[in-house]
Design a protein around this ligand. Sequence first.
Ligand code: FES
Length: 273
Amino acid sequence: MFKILSKRRLNPTMTWLVIDAPLVAKKARPGQFIILRTDEYGERIPLTMAGHDAEKGTIDLIYAAVGRTTMLMDQLEEGDYLLDVVGPLGKPTHMEGLKRVAVVGGGTGNALAYPLATGMHKEGIHVDMIAGFKNKEMVILEDEFKAGTDRLFLTTDDGSYGEKGFTTDKLKELIEAGNEYDEIVAVGPPVMMKFVCKIAEEYGIPSVASLTAYMIDGTGMCGGCRCVIGGENKFVCVDGPEFDGSLVDWDELIRRNSFYKDQEQEDAKHICR
Ligand code: FES
């Protein structure tokens, strides 16, 4: 059992939990994820660790309450427990040889972008963070990005906070202004990542995309998280979650990620909030 040590609401749907998980915290690296179950009848869901503290034995999880399990998690409070936390899983973020990167986060993807961007910054890499949100109400982690990266560029679709526009516009503007990047990292909705990686390709900059997928075992056995990279089948859980953005078959990923949308929406209706 894994105790919830603290719970902080970030916006109307997103919440930050600190969980007591010493063995996971000891081995965790930025970019890795865990799979959890809330109870014995629960489904298994993957969540990227937003941070970890090996000394305190804690891991940080940020989730959006949009499906059955995350809605159930939302009903738990400090002092309550999660049944299972398995991890750390996946490959850590690749950082070797990088001097200057742009990390582009979209919506809830900013929760995943946070450990990557701040982890790179801690390693001495210059990080320009472009964080995009729908509107002011949905903005998360502004202070944390400011403190943990070199520059934060915040955009909202409706212009209610930060600069009006999309992350892709800001990325283009920064590249056009002469900012040189060794790599562009995209974390967010697949459609946004697809266009971020296209821009990177246009300017001849390597790109990395952090993919999310349905997962069951998290060990490469079930095939649930299959994606197509450079024409080959790969598994997000063991080969990723980060892949060369220019090689991702985005249309296939978008199709697979929407397989169970209707069932998920129906299922979520049965959770009392
Ligand atoms: Fe089963 Fe990745 S979750 S193969």
